[in-house]
Design a protein around this ligand. Sequence first.
Ligand SMILES: Nc1ncnc2c1ncn2[C@@H]1O[C@H](COP(=O)(O)OP(=O)(O)O)[C@@H](O)[C@H]1O
Ligand SMILES: [Mg+2]
Length: 212
Amino acid sequence: MNDTVASFAHDLRNKVNIVIANLELFEKKMESGLAWIDTKTYFEKSTKTLLTLTEFLDDMVNHHIEVEVSLNDLIIKAIETFKMSPLFIDYQVIASPIVTVNKVHIDRVISNIIQNSIEQNATSLQIILRKNSISFHDNGGGINSEVLLKIKSGSKASTKTQGHGLGLFSLKDLCEKHHWKLELQNRSRHDCHPVKNGLFIMITFPKPASHE
Ligand SMILES: Nc1ncnc2c1ncn2[C@@H]1O[C@H](COP(=O)(O)OP(=O)(O)O)[C@@H](O)[C@H]1O
Ligand SMILES: [Mg+2]
């Protein structure tokens, strides 16, 4: 399987997992006799994810095309997808840059960063969008140093039984393609109680196309 096909398979799995998680939560509620409370939300959420999935499949057909995208719009949409997860996303918008990029690629990269924080059992993910950068900082304990070294050297690495290590590999690939600077490091989240280590990801794009 080549990397592109594997990346698409990875994304499809992430999105399908969201729908499965929702349906499982719903099933649990049904068993406890409380399904009527949130029934509408669970179904709306699943439908929305499936709609994103069809958009994603459309985009896949145009996977080579680069367009101007608002990072703010993209992040809002990604956060919406993870609304039912236990992760609190603290999103701060200082500026709203527009970048010329392949939508499928960047959507995949952002969704994977959020998904990784959830899989790491982080309770909080801080996302800050600035004129020339975007940063992500969770409190999931930080990344394994061997995995970090591998990713920095351009290899794929995963500590998950079903993981492929494609998400961060794809992030590095995206940054290299656009000559964006990528920083990956473990840092403490001092705004959390108790203070916890987490993965800090910062992407700096020297020349965003414009600002909204
Ligand atoms: N937020 C995070 N905190 C700690 N470790 C992380 C985080 N994100 C990624 N990792 C580590 O990096 C590895 C690679 O992540 P990724 O490329 O998304 O692939 P996958 O999620 O399929 O394992 C993960 O298996 C995990 O060990
Ligand atoms: Mg991942």
